[in-house]
Design a protein around this ligand. Structure first.
Ligand code: DSN
Length: 447
């Protein structure tokens, strides 16, 4: 008998095809990425690392097991070593980094490893407040790292980083790490300004670019590693369009982590390797690393630059269409792929109710706090949406206009019927329109 899990996969395929994915941290992988992720590399253990060769003598076609100096704890690494090395080299090329560690299981693991590489328990880390767009792993009290390290939060002002506050806090607290990163922030950070502040106090400069890594790889967003930052973490499944996972890019000396290493900023790549394995993780997920390698290969192609450009164009178009319907956008618009709106103050509807109503018509986004929100995690005032996934499906300006129109129609229903109990027919009508448009745009690896 067929396992029910496979029925659910089939149902999820229908949901993904018939709806529009507006969650800014989601995307669709290619059939090739999916195939690598579902491969027999899942059968293999491979703790440790492949060789530590630099980019200068890299030749992907020539690499072979004989050139690899193994630091592995299991036999049978011939193919795994090559796959992991390919993922490393492609990641370095994408982000112009001296080193890449491709083993973190997620963005959260990647961040944790960087903290572990550089800080001692109790050390201070300056990072964006969760309520202002930062991420849970940047010091929210509910996370483990907040119990180990002493996070100092900085905020935003008018939608941008409050750089004066950041500088004041940095000079006052002298944190070991200054972290620029976020999951709900629509501006391009001034990396140079933060790097200047960091240099004054000798802090490690870390960027968590999980949301915009694909825009960086596609050349439509500055690369923090080219603006004085030492480390960049990212997930691989958002704008990079790879499998779920994380990576850490860094600048500095690259050598075997078996070597005794002095704790200096120049040695951060080596310290990071030690901090990922054995510091914070065991066996890497080599089937996921294989899929990362395939995705990075796709990201290096010229078409990916076009894709990244299109994501931002679509986000700007969607933002201005939404504004024309009276939506209030935090920061007054967007410079990346992300839009954050305060729907409570504008329409008197909280983000969760609006999220639920949009779900009924096949538009998927997420309720999100806005800066200074009093609604709490379960009744936040805002919603967050973005364009990476719908851009992958090939949508453009005409579709952005339709989406904004549907979003306003759904909001009108919420205002008239806040319990969403009397409006099924109205939702059904919009859902049919959304579905008809969605089905014209294939979903990679499903259609
Ligand atoms: N959960 C991710 C997001 O949606 O932004 C961040 O890790």
């Amino acid at each position: 008998m067929k396992d029910i899990v496979f029925d659910l996969i089939d149902e999820e395929k229908v949901r993904q095809k018939e709806g529009l994915e507006l969650i800014p941290s989601e995307n669709y992988v290619s059939p090739e990425v999916l195939k690598a992720m579902g491969s027999i590399f899942t059968n293999k253990y491979s703790e440790g690392y492949p060789n530590f060769k630099g980019l200068e003598d890299w030749d992907e076609d020539k690499i072979g097991s004989e050139v690899l100096s193994n630091y592995r704890y299991y036999g049978g690494q011939r193919n795994i070593d090559r796959v992991e090395r390919i993922a490393i080299e492609r990641a370095m090329k994408l982000f112009h980094a001296d080193h890449a560690n491709v083993q973190p299981h997620s963005g959260a693991n990647a961040n944790e490893a960087v903290y572990w590489a550089w800080c001692e328990p109790g050390d201070k880390i300056l990072a964006m407040d969760l309520g202002h767009g930062g991420h849970l792993t940047h010091g929210s009290p509910v996370t483990r790292s907040a119990h180990i390290y002493n996070f100092i939060p900085y905020g935003t002002k008018d939608g941008d980083i409050d750089y004066d506050e950041l500088e004041k806090l940095a000079l006052e607290h002298k944190p070991k790490i200054i972290l620029v990163g976020y999951s709900a922030f629509m501006k391009v950070p001034d990396f140079d300004r933060v790097a200047k502040i960091g240099k004054k106090i000798g802090a490690l400069l870390m960027a968590d670019m999980a949301h915009v890594a694909g825009l960086i790889a596609g050349g439509v967003h500055p690369n923090p590693l080219e603006h004085g930052f030492h480390v960049m973490t990212t997930t691989t499944h958002k704008t990079l369009r790879g499998p779920r996972g994380g990576i850490i890019l860094s600048m500095g000396n690259v050598a075997s982590p078996l070597k005794k290493t002095e704790k200096t900023i120049e040695n951060i790549p080596i310290l990071i390797d030690k901090a990922v394995f054995p510091g914070t993780q065991g066996g890497p997920l080599e089937h996921v690393i294989a899929a990362k390698a395939v995705a990075f290969g796709e990201d290096l192609k010229p078409e990916f630059k076009e894709y990244a450009k299109k994501i931002v164009e679509n986000a700007k178009c969607l933002a201005s269409e939404l504004q024309s319907y009276g939506f209030e956008l935090i920061g007054g618009g967007t410079e990346n792929h992300l839009i954050l709106m305060n729907v409570m103050d504008t329409f008197g509807v909280n983000g969760k109710v609006y999220e639920r109503a949009l779900d009924k018509v096949g538009l998927t986004l997420n309720a999100n706090a806005v800066p200074g929100d009093k609604g709490g995690a379960f009744k936040p005032s805002g919603v967050r949406l973005g364009t990476p996934a719908i851009t992958t499906r090939g949508m453009g300006k005409p579709e952005m206009k339709k989406i904004a129109k549907w979003m306003k129609e759904v909001m009108d229903i919420c205002v008239a019927d806040p319990e969403l109990e009397k409006s099924d027919a109205k939702f059904d009508k919009i859902r049919e329109e959304v579905k008809a448009m969605a089905l014209k745009f294939p979903v990679p690896a499903i259609d």
